[in-house]
Write a protein that binds this ligand. Structure first.
Ligand code: FE2
Length: 591
């Protein structure tokens, strides 16, 4: 039986194909269209999934959409009417986009796949999130927590998964939402909503949570894990342009100027910011206030998540927890849940946000609606498209990029290690691209993590990012505990997907200075069976240097999606300061 899951029209559009309950392919649309967070109908991702499964739309038994458009429309209509006429702009825009395409998703799917509309099913937004976590987890029974901005009405749900049953028993409803709370601060701190949340998380360690009292004024917690956002401070229920009100500004002051360079005395000041301004100290103090606000909202978010998780544990008594929804990408909070609640094991699948809803919708249909007992475990993220030798060769020839084919994999690995230890920045392109927002060794930029200056080097050559944003370490799973505070790393699958931020052992912080972010790191543990080529590379780098860790960042330049095809990789290689490109068995050196 073949089931295709689809998500689109809100955040990340994606498609996922199941065959008899086993995942065949899954990808976000942005990788094909090269439009970051593309939310249009995922024609390309669907075509890729069908091709990978060697089928056409007509061979599908079901196509499942990840939410219920009419229920969502109902929420938007009602909230718009409640705050009319303030919400006029949102109302008018909403009507236009909803009446044009969102409500008629059924006919769009039927037309695109060439199938009868009786084969099209609809899941619910948070059920799709819940299914995407629980039905990919290795657990037979687990508590489930979903947290995001908003789906139809729900913003958070709690429940239990057992066997093929999924039972969501509690929910919080719009506008009371951790996702919307965090997004309001993301906007206030001068970053783009749905994109800049990572930046707030990266900025937080440079601040002191001095504004906790103020943040607890806009969000009120009750003892049972639930909370309430004070509507006086937020405008996302009536405005598409602004997430917070002037009362919010009275409390937190002027918002940060968007795109203004952000630095404090504890971050550095990179070359690409230009010459150091004369009022550098003054600007540091100005920025410090925003870092302190970032630290405050991050801490409050962690506290809210901890309280919900504790309430869920009291209710279920279970030791395993599955989480999904965009908020489950808050890898700092995830590790605190592991450490500070009675839950012993956590599962989050790599595409925890709305893209993952496509996968969850298909799994919900297979396991719940159709009652099939066969389940899958997602223990790696390599579900995207791969490219053969001939395709890579053609792309290299077409672009005149040159390069040599090194047939002996061992030799190629040795040559890659040589480049890394010589301080070169390496683009690493292998096999199928990753599912979810993180590059995990198949579309990665790699570098030697031992010197703090590598961070500037990679930023100067490729990323041009804010200097406070961390680079992540990829570490052999068996060496993880030597460097990081994470007991039983083999048991914590989110660590495979860079979804846990953990402390770095004090005596190791110098040794891996480029990936040490104020004493913490967003780790990726690497297993031989999950990715043998990447594993071997880190192992050989460890043999050569004594440090089985590499700096891993996504293979893209700022503002672009992660590369997908060989042509994307060659273009990024040419445009950036990456020194060497290892693509399949081809090695291309810039000089
Ligand atoms: Fe969501």
């Amino acid at each position: 039986m073949r089931i295709l899951g689809i998500s689109c029209y809100f955040h990340d559009a994606a498609a996922a194909l199941l065959e008899d309950g086993v995942l065949v392919a899954a990808a976000e649309e942005e990788r094909f269209t090269r439009k970051k967070h593309d939310f249009d109908f995922p024609e390309n991702a669907i075509r890729f999934c069908l091709d990978r499964g060697n089928i056409t739309g007509k061979d599908l038994d079901y196509a499942v959409f990840y939410e219920k458009p009419f229920a969502k429309f109902d929420r938007i209509l009602r909230t718009s009417l409640q705050s009319f006429p303030r919400s006029y702009g949102m109302f008018a825009q909403g009507m236009r986009t909803w009446l044009l395409d969102k409500l008629w998703v059924k006919s769009t799917i039927a037309q695109s796949l060439g199938i009868d509309s009786s084969k099209i099913l609809f899941s619910e937004h948070h059920i799709s999130h819940a299914a995407s976590a629980y039905f990919c987890s290795p657990f037979e029974e687990a508590a489930i927590l979903t947290l995001d901005g908003v789906g139809e009405w729900s913003t958070a749900t709690m429940g239990v998964g057992k066997g093929t049953n999924l039972d969501l028993t509690d929910e919080l409803r719009f506008p009371h939402s951790i996702g919307l709370l965090y997004s309001a601060f993301t906007a206030f701190l001068g970053f783009e909503v749905n994109e800049g949340e990572y930046k707030v998380m990266g900025m937080a360690p440079y601040g002191t949570p001095k504004y906790l009292d103020e943040v607890w004024k806009v969000v009120v917690q009750s003892g049972d894990g639930s909370f309430w956002l004070d509507p006086q401070y937020f405008s996302s229920h009536y405005s598409t342009k602004r997430a917070y009100t002037s009362k919010f500004e009275d409390l937190f002051g002027e918002p940060r100027i968007p795109d203004a360079p952000f630095f404090t005395e504890n971050t550095n000041y990179p070359d690409y910011f230009g010459p150091r301004p004369r009022n550098y100290e003054e600007l540091c103090a100005y920025n410090q206030r925003y870092a302190d606000i970032a630290a405050s909202i991050q801490l409050v978010t962690e506290e809210l998540m901890l309280e919900i998780a504790r309430a869920l544990h009291r209710q279920t008594g279970l030791s395993k927890l599955c989480m999904a929804g965009g908020v489950a990408l808050n890898s700092v909070a995830n590790n605190r849940i592991l450490n500070e609640t009675p839950f012993q094991e956590l599962y989050v699948q790599p595409s925890a946000g709305d893209g993952g809803g496509a996968l969850g919708a298909a799994l919900y249909a297979w396991n719940c609606a159709l009652g099939n007992s066969k389940r899958m475990v997602m223990d790696h993220a390599y579900w995207g498209q791969d490219y053969g030798v001939d395709e890579i060769r053609t792309a290299l020839a077409e672009t005149g990029a040159g390069g040599s084919f090194i047939e002996d994999q061992q030799l190629l690995t040795d040559m890659t290690v040589e480049r890394l230890t010589a301080g070169k920045v390496v683009g690493f392109f292998q096999g199928r691209f990753e599912w979810g927002p993180r590059a995990l060794g198949n579309r990665s930029i790699l570098a030697d993590p031992r010197s703090a200056s590598t961070k500037d080097l990679v930023n100067n050559k490729v990323k041009f990012r804010e200097p406070f944003r961390p680079f992540a370490p990829a570490v052999l799973e068996e060496s993880c505990e030597d460097y990081f505070v994470l007991p039983n790393p083999g048991q914590q699958m989110p660590a495979r997907f860079m979804l846990l931020v953990v402390p770095v052992h004090d005596n190791k912080q110098e040794e891996i200075a480029a990936v040490n972010h104020m004493g913490t790191a967003r780790i990726q543990t690497v297993q031989q069976e999950a990715n043998p080529i990447y594993y071997e590379l880190i192992k050989k780098f460890g043999d050569a240097t004594g440090v089985p860790v590499l700096l891993n960042t996504s293979f893209n330049v700022r503002g672009e999606p992660i590369v997908s095809s060989p042509a994307d990789a060659i273009k990024t290689f040419a445009q950036s300061g990456i020194d060497s490109l290892v693509m399949g068995n081809f090695l291309i050196d810039k000089d």
